[in-house]
Design a protein around this ligand. Structure first.
Ligand SMILES: [Zn+2]
Length: 129
C-alpha cells in the first residue's frame, strides 16, 4: 500500500478535518460520532493511544468553543453598542457553547492526531504510538 511517508502539516490538517487516518488519508477514524476505531482499516495504523493522550484534543475543543464565544461576544457588542443586546447574546452563547463542543468532538480528536503526527512523524513508521 503506497502512502505518503511524511505528509506535510496542511495535508495532515486536511485529513483531520475530513476525519480520516492521518497516515494514509483514506481509512475512517470513527465508527460513529463519538466512537473511534481501534486502527485504520486501510493501512493498519493504530489509533489506540496511551492514557491521557486525548487531553490535547479536549484542550483543542475548549479552545475552539472559547474562540467562538469571543468572536460572538465581540461581534454582538460592537454591532449593538451602546444598547448591547445582553439577553439574546446570553441565549445564543449558552446554546452554541453547549452544542459546539459536541459537534466539534470528533474533529478535535482527528485534528489533535494530525498535529501530533506532524510533531512525531516516527509514530507513522512504527504503525502507532
Ligand atoms: Zn491509514
Amino acid at each position: 500500500m503506497a502512502t505518503d511517508p511524511s505528509p506535510g502539516l496542511f495535508t495532515l490538517i486536511w485529513r483531520g478535518i475530513r476525519k480520516v487516518c492521518p497516515v494514509c488519508g483514506r481509512g475512517k477514524l470513527f465508527r460513529s460520532w463519538f466512537k473511534m476505531r481501534d486502527h485504520c482499516g486501510v493501512c493498519g495504523y493504530s489509533f489506540e493511544r496511551e492514557e491521557g493522550y486525548f487531553v490535547g484534543a479536549l484542550i483543542v475543543n475548549i479552545a475552539v468553543a472559547e474562540a467562538w464565544f469571543f468572536v460572538l461576544f465581540m461581534v454582538v457588542v460592537i454591532a449593538t453598542s451602546p444598547g448591547v443586546a445582553w439577553g439574546p447574546l446570553l441565549i445564543v452563547a449558552l446554546v452554541t457553547n453547549g452544542l459546539l463542543p459536541v459537534v466539534f468532538y470528533p474533529y478535535s480528536k482527528s485534528l489533535w492526531m494530525a498535529v501530533d503526527l506532524a510533531v512525531h512523524p516516527a509514530r507513522a513508521a512504527r504503525g502507532g504510538p
